[in-house]
Ligand binder design. Structure first.
Ligand code: SF4
Length: 828
C-alpha cells in the first residue's frame, strides 16, 4: 500500500527493505560502546528490530522507554533514537512506519480482513481511520461450525501425531473431497519429525524408500522454514564459504559431496573416493589450488575445471567492495561452479528463484553497508537467508498440517489438535526484553504475562473448536520421560477412549504376513585366508576377532573402514601416538632407572621437555596458528603425564629399558603377526616386563582375562618374546590423577604393585602364572584359527562390541534381531 501511495504521488520518501533495516540495526548495536563484546550484534539487532516493530504495532509511546529503569530498555531507547535519526536524515520508511503513513485511498474501495484472531492497536486505529474516511472495512468472522468435540490421550508426542494421521486417513478414505486438518503447536520446530510420522501413515512407501516421497501430494505441511535450510540454498551458502575464506577440510569435503556443483552426477563415485582420501591423508591446510590439482589427478577432471573457473571468477572480486558488486560477483561465482546443476526439480527451482532475489536485495544495500569484505558479504547473505521463511508451493492436498496461529479464519470438515497439555497450553509467558513491562501489560502484547498467554490460548482454542464439524483434542501422557497433565482448558470436554483409526495395517506388517516361505541359512563365513593373508596381520586382528569376527573379516580383509571425520585439534589417537613418542625418546636417552635416579628434579624436567618437544616436531611443522596454540596446550598435558610416569618409575625396583617401540613377529596358529611393543624392561631377577602405554579409560587387567579377551595384545606380546622370558606384563596408565602400573607378575618382588596369580586377592581362577600363560596361548590360537578359517559371525556380545562400531549398516545386526518373528508380532 505504501508503494501504491508513492506511485500515486500521495507520499514521498524511500522504502527501506527489511534486510537493509537489519543492517542498520546491526551497525547501531555494534557501534554502541556500552554493548558487551560477548553479545552477538546480529542476534541483538534481530531482537531489537522485532521490538521496534512491536513498539509501533502496539502503539507504545517513545516516552515509555525513557521511564523504564532496566538497562535493556535503556539500551533499546538509545538504539531507537539513532535508528530514527538515520531514517529521518535519509528520508527512509521501514515496514513499521509505513503502516502509520499509508493513505486511505490506497485501500480504496474497501478492505476485508480474514484470519485475524486479534487486531493490534495500530491495525484497529487504521481501520477506524479508513472507515471514517468512507472506506468499506469488514473484519470477516467465518460463522462458527456446530459439531462434536472430544478429547483423547496418547502415549507420547510421536504416538499423538501417528494417531492423528490415522484418524485423518480414516476420515479421508474414499472421501477426498473432505478438508481435514491436524493442528500442531510449534510446527516449525517439529516440522521434520511430524512430516516423517505422517508420511509413514499416509504415504507408506516412504517406509521402504527411507526418505520423503518427492511427488507425494497426500498432505500439505504449512510450516515454512528458513530459506537457508532449503538444500539448494544451503549448498550455495556452503560453496560461497569455501571460496571467501581459506577452506578447511570439512569445507572441501562438503564441496565434494555437494550435489548442486557441475559434474556431481558424472563424477559422483570418483568424488566420494577423493573425499575418503582427503579425510585420511590430507593436512588441514590444503589450499584450493592443491585441491584442484588433487581433483585432476584423482579422476575428477570436471571438478578441477569447475574449480579453475571459480578461481578465475574470484580473481575479479575485490577483497573489499560495495554490496552491488559483491552481489554480481556471487552470481558469477555460483554460475562458474555450475550451481544449481542441470536439472533442479520444481521445489529447488522455486528456492533458487527466491535466493536470486535475495542476492539482488543484497546488491541494493550499497547505501547502508559501505565497503564490505567477501566474507562479510557471504555472512550477510547467510543472515538474510536465515531470516526469510520459504515454503515451496505444493499442490493443494486434502489433509493440511498447520499450526494454531496460521489456521485462523479457516474452516474444515474435521480437525485434530495436538499437544493440549498443561505444559504447552497455555504457553509460558515470554515478555519482550526491550519494551517496558508495564506498557506491554497495558497494551496486551501477546505472552507479556502468564495471564495474557492464558486468555489468548483460551480464545485460540475456542476458535479452533468452532472451525470444524468434528474436533478431536489430544494430549500426550509423557514427553522425554516426564509425565504430562491435560490443559485445564480441556475441563468438561468428553473423553474419547479410542478414536477411529484407519484400518490399513502397517506396511511392514503387510510385507511380513505376505512373505514367501523361506529357508533360513546363516552364512557367517568368508573363504579361508590365503598364505599371503596369513603373513599380514597385527595386534588389532586379534582384538577385532575377539570382539566381533564379522568386523575383523570386514575391516581387515574387505577394507570396510570408517571415513575419518576431519576435525580441529589433537584427537585421542594422535594424543596416544604423541605420548608414545615422547616416552620412547626419553627412555632412549636415559636407558635405565639408575640414570634416572642420578638426575636431579630440574634435569628430569629438562629431559622430559626435550622429549616432548621432539615428539611434537612433526605435528608443529604442518600446523597453522590455531593448531600451534593447541599443540602448546598439548605439550603441557604431555609433560605433566610423562613427569608423573617418571616419578612412578623412579619408585620401582631396579630395571633396565631393553627395547622401546620394538618391532617383533609372533607366530600364533597359522598367522604371523607384526607387533610393536611399547617398552620392554629387564627386571632385577633377569626376566622381562612387557609394558603398554594407555591414555584411555580401558586399561584394566580384566581386558586380558575373558575367554574372548577385550585387549589380547598383551598376551600376544608375551608370545612374541617367548613366554619363558617374561616375568611381568603391565599397562602404564597415564591419566590425570591416576597414573601408574596395573598388571600381573610371576612374583611379587619382580614388579611390586602388580597382581600375582595364585595369591590372595587375585580375582580369577588361575592358580599360577604358568596356568595363566597357558590359557592365553590357547585363547590366542583359537582366535587365530577362527580368523584363518574366515569365521565372520556377528558379535557374540553386541552391547559391548557394537557401541563404537561403524559397520552396523554393513552387518545389519539391528535388522537381524528385528526380523525375529516374535518381536515383529509384539511390535504390532
Ligand atoms: S556393528 Fe556389531 S555385529 Fe556389526 S560388525 Fe560392528 S561389532 Fe560386529
Amino acid at each position: 500500500m505504501f508503494a501504491l501511495d508513492r506511485q500515486a504521488g500521495r507520499l514521498d520518501g524511500r522504502w527501506l527493505p527489511a534486510s537493509a533495516a537489519q543492517l542498520l540495526w546491526e551497525r547501531i548495536v555494534r557501534d554502541d560502546p556500552e554493548v558487551s563484546p560477548l553479545l552477538s550484534p546480529a542476534g541483538v539487532a534481530r531482537a531489537a528490530a522485532q521490538s521496534w516493530r512491536r513498539l509501533h504495532d502496539f502503539q507504545m509511546p517513545f516516552a515509555a522507554l525513557d521511564d523504564d529503569l532496566s538497562s535493556e530498555t535503556a539500551a533499546f531507547a538509545r538504539w531507537c533514537r539513532e535508528y530514527r535519526r538515520l531514517l529521518e536524515e535519509r528520508d527512509w520508511t521501514d515496514g513499521a512506519l509505513a503502516q502509520l503513513r499509508v493513505h486511505a485511498l490506497a485501500a480504496a474501495p474497501g478492505l476485508e480482513m480474514v484470519g485475524f484472531d486479534r487486531l493490534t492497536p495500530l491495525q484497529e486505529t487504521l481501520l477506524q481511520k479508513w472507515a471514517a474516511a468512507g472506506l468499506e472495512v469488514r473484519l470477516a468472522r467465518p460463522p462458527a461450525v456446530a459439531g462434536s468435540c472430544w478429547r483423547t490421550q496418547c502415549l507420547d508426542p510421536a504416538a499423538e501425531i501417528d494417531a492423528a494421521a490415522r484418524w485423518a486417513a480414516e476420515r479421508l478414505d474414499g472421501e477426498r473431497a473432505r478438508r481435514v486438518a491436524i493442528v500442531v503447536p510449534e510446527l516449525a520446530r517439529r516440522r521434520d519429525e511430524v512430516r516423517r510420522i505422517i508420511e509413514r501413515v499416509v504415504v507408506p512407501e516412504t517406509g521402504l524408500s527411507g526418505g520423503p516421497a518427492p511427488e507425494a501430494q497426500a498432505f500439505e505441511l504449512a510450516a515454512a522454514r528458513p530459506l537457508a535450510q532449503q538444500p539448494v540454498v544451503a549448498a550455495a551458502l556452503d560453496l560461497l564459504d569455501a571460496f571467501v575464506r581459506p577452506p578447511d577440510l570439512p569445507a572441501l569435503s562438503r564441496l565434494l559431496r555437494n550435489p548442486f556443483v557441475a559434474g556431481a552426477d558424472e563424477e559422483g563415485a570418483a568424488r566420494a573416493r577423493l573425499d575418503a582420501r582427503l579425510r585420511r591423508y590430507e593436512s588441514p591446510g590444503l589450499g584450493l589450488m592443491a585441491f584442484e590439482q588433487l581433483a585432476l589427478e584423482r579422476g575428477c577432471p570436471l571438478l578441477a575445471g569447475t574449480l579453475a573457473a571459480a578461481r578465475a571468477a574470484m580473481s575479479a572480486w575485490l577483497e573489499k567492495d560495495i554490496p552491488s558488486h559483491c552481489s554480481t560477483s556471487i552470481s558469477i561465482l555460483l554460475a562458474a561452479l555450475g550451481w544449481p546443476g542441470s536439472s533442479p526439480d520444481s521445489k529447488e527451482h522455486q528456492a533458487e528463484q527466491r535466493w536470486r532475489s535475495l542476492v539482488v536485495e543484497l546488491g541494493a544495500c550499497d547505501e547502508f553497508a559501505g565497503l564490505i569484505s567477501r566474507a562479510e558479504a557471504a555472512g550477510l547473505l547467510r543472515e538474510m537467508a536465515g531470516r526469510v521463511l520459504f515454503e515451496p508451493q505444493e499442490l493443494r492436498a486434502p489433509l493440511l498440517v498447520i499450526d494454531p496461529e496460521t489456521c485462523a479464519g479457516m474452516r474444515f470438515d474435521a480437525l485434530w489438535v495436538c499437544s493440549l497439555d498443561a505444559a504447552h497450553w497455555p504457553p509460558l509467558a515470554a515478555p519482550d526484553p526491550f519494551l517496558p513491562r508495564l506498557a506491554q501489560l497495558s497494551q496486551r502484547v501477546p505472552r507479556a504475562s502468564a495471564e495474557i498467554a492464558a486468555q489468548d490460548a483460551k480464545a485460540t482454542l475456542e476458535r479452533l473448536l468452532a472451525s470444524a464439524g468434528q474436533v478431536v483434542l489430544s494430549v500426550a501422557e509423557i514427553e522425554d520421560d516426564a509425565p504430562l497433565l491435560p490443559s485445564p482448558l480441556l475441563d468438561g470436554i468428553a473423553v474419547l477412549a479410542a478414536p477411529p483409526r484407519w484400518p490399513e495395517p502397517r506396511l511392514a506388517a503387510v510385507s511380513y504376513t505376505g512373505r514367501p516361505e523361506l529357508e533360513a541359512l546363516a552364512d557367517g563365513g568368508l573363504p579361508p585366508i590365503t598364505a599371503d593373508e596369513a603373513q599380514r596381520g597385527g595386534a588389532r586382528l586379534l582384538e577385532l576377532q575377539a570382539a566381533c569376527p564379522f568386523r575383523a573379516q570386514a575391516e581387515l580383509r574387505l577394507g570396510a573402514r570408517a571415513l575419518e571425520e576431519p576435525g580441529v585439534g589433537v584427537d585421542a589417537a594422535e594424543r596416544g601416538d604423541l605420548i608414545h613418542q615422547a616416552l620412547a625418546v626419553l627412555w632412549q636417552e636415559l636407558g635405565d632407572q639408575q640414570t634416572l635416579k642420578a638426575l636431579d628434579p630440574s634435569n628430569v624436567v629438562v629431559a622430559v621437555r626435550r622429549a616432548v618437544a621432539t615428539a611434537l616436531t612433526g605435528a608443529r611443522r604442518s600446523a597453522d596458528d590455531l593448531m600451534r596454540r593447541l599443540l602448546d596446550l598439548e605439550a603441557d598435558w604431555l609433560e605433566a603425564r610423562v613427569l608423573e610416569m617418571v616419578e612412578v618409575d623412579r619408585a620401582r625396583t631396579p630395571f633396565v629399558v631393553e627395547e622401546v617401540e620394538a618391532p617383533r613377529k609372533a607366530r600364533i596358529g597359522a598367522l604371523t603377526l607384526d607387533l610393536r611393543l611399547d617398552r620392554v624392561d629387564r627386571l632385577a631377577d633377569g626376566s622381562l616386563a612387557v609394558i603398554d602405554y594407555k591414555t584411555g579409560a580401558n586399561a584394566e587387567i580384566k581386558a586380558w582375562l575373558d575367554e574372548r579377551p577385550k585387549l589380547p595384545q598383551m598376551p600376544a606380546y608375551v608370545q612374541a618374546l617367548g613366554p619363558g622370558q617374561v616375568g611381568a606384563v603391565a599397562f602404564a596408565r597415564m591419566r590425570s590423577g591416576d597414573t601408574g602400573y596395573v598388571g600381573v607378575a610371576r612374583a611379587a618382588e619382580a614388579f611390586p604393585g602388580l597382581k600375582v596369580p595364585g595369591t590372595r586377592g587375585w580375582p580369577r581362577d588361575y592358580d599360577s602364572w604358568q596356568q595363566l600363560l597357558a590359557a592365553w596361548q590357547r585363547r590366542l590360537e583359537a582366535l587365530a584359527a577362527e580368523f584363518a578359517a574366515g569365521d565372520a559371525r556377528l558379535a557374540p556380545d553386541p552391547p559391548r562390541a557394537c557401541e563404537y562400531c561403524h559397520l552396523g549398516a554393513l552387518c545389519r545386526i539391528a535388522e537381524t534381531s528385528a526380523a525375529k518373528p516374535g518381536e515383529e508380532a509384539a511390535d504390532e
